[in-house]
Design a protein around this ligand. Structure first.
Ligand code: SAH
Length: 346
């Protein structure tokens, strides 16, 4: 009989399990706490009675994803981690240090089906979605490894989180749970390329995270090319969903805009972006493209970036240019996993 992975359960599920094996409800809370202290060995759960420990050892285990590679940037305190999953798949996460604390960028899927033209995660297609505990364990294992609490989580690693909706919500609730990570929803960001129906759904969840939209182009024909989900849900539909999200949550949306030289960084693009976003409770994050070997795109030069930024600023669109982190360690989405897979496959 397969052992049950207690880490895959939220507190309600764990409570049901504990009652089912004939134990008192409060034991679930004790075990839950241990799990998020990073303890995976029942013997170390010092407030559990011996007989319960042996029962648990027979019937259950606490799953872990294993760090198989860590790469530290020499330029800043960014580190990349490659994890081996129980089924042999590999995912990656990034840890960044900011003045306000430690932030982890989590993958939501193995690979990605979205096909964005500039992104490394999508090159091998989608392998599978991650379970909530596999997302949570990226944060937990990094905390253990660096011996520090993670204060912010961004779901901006490989994968499209809104196409892994149920597990994403379960993960967000575990991040927020005072008995687990105890991270405020305001310190969590979820990034999507624009799965419109799920944006409406998320708006109704009463989970006040920051929503980030990978916009990258202000014209449909260009966005069709760069972010192909645009063929299914165009810019108008996407921005309507965003307005609904803002109305429901009163939260400011963050628009990500990668700057690719000669592709989406013209004055015309900047002006169109202004007209799309004018009056919206939002913020634009300009990201100089992180060039991916397999793709032809190049990053805009600093002058073009400045020009684009100024047009937004002059028109009162709140804008920042994202500080580049970990450029020396393949920190762009999916790049490390890809270079690792290539290495082992030869
Ligand atoms: N699927 C989600 C989350 C994962 S991608 C989404 O699309 O938002 C996270 C962010 O990294 C997105 O804004 C994505 O467009 C960006 N990204 C992907 N490849 C990149 C690259 N080569 N350089 C810079 N940003 C990249």
């Amino acid at each position: 009989m397969d052992k049950k992975n207690l880490k895959a359960m939220d507190l309600n599920e764990l409570t049901d399990y504990i009652k089912n094996i004939g134990e008192k409800e409060f034991r679930a809370k004790q075990i839950f706490r241990w799990i998020y202290k990073g303890v995976s060995n029942f013997e170390m759960m010092s407030d559990l009675p011996k007989n319960l420990i042996s029962k648990l050892k027979e019937d259950a285990y606490i799953g872990e994803i294993k760090i198989i590679k860590r790469v530290d940037s020499k330029k800043d305190n960014t580190s990349k981690f490659l994890f081996l999953l129980e089924d042999g798949n590999i995912i990656e996460s990034v840890k960044m240090e900011y003045s306000y604390g430690t932030s982890v960028c989590v993958s939501s899927q193995v690979g990605c089906a979205m096909g964005c033209a500039f992104c490394a995660s999508t090159i091998g297609g989608l392998v599978r979605s991650l379970e909530a505990w596999e997302m949570a364990d990226q944060v937990l294992q990094i905390e253990k490894q660096i011996n520090k609490k993670v204060g912010h989580v961004v779901v901006m690693g490989s994968g499209e989180p809104l196409l892994n909706y149920r597990e994403l919500i379960k993960f967000l609730k575990i991040l927020n749970d005072p008995l687990a990570f105890n991270i405020s929803y305001r310190k969590i960001t979820v990034s999507t390329c624009g799965v419109v129906p799920k944006i409406y759904k998320l708006a109704e969840e009463n989970i006040p995270i920051t929503l980030s939209i990978s916009l990258h182009a202000p014209f449909d024909d260009l966005r069709d090319e760069l972010v192909p989900i645009n063929k299914k849900y165009n810019i108008t539909q996407l921005l309507e969903a965003c307005k609904f999200y803002i109305m429901k949550t009163k939260r400011r949306i963050s628009f990500e805009y990668i700057l690719i030289s000669g592709v989406n960084d013209s004055e015309r693009c900047a002006k169109k972006l202004v007209s799309l976003l004018k009056g919206m409770l939002c913020h634009v994050n300009l990201i100089p493209l992180n060039p991916v070997k397999e793709k032809l795109y190049e990053r805009s030069d600093p002058r073009e970036i400045k020009r684009f930024e100024n047009i937004l600023r002059e028109n009162n669109i709140p804008v920042t240019v994202r500080a580049e982190m970990g450029a020396d360690i393949d920190a762009a989405c999916g790049q490390l996993r890809r270079s690792f897979l290539k290495e082992v496959e030869g």
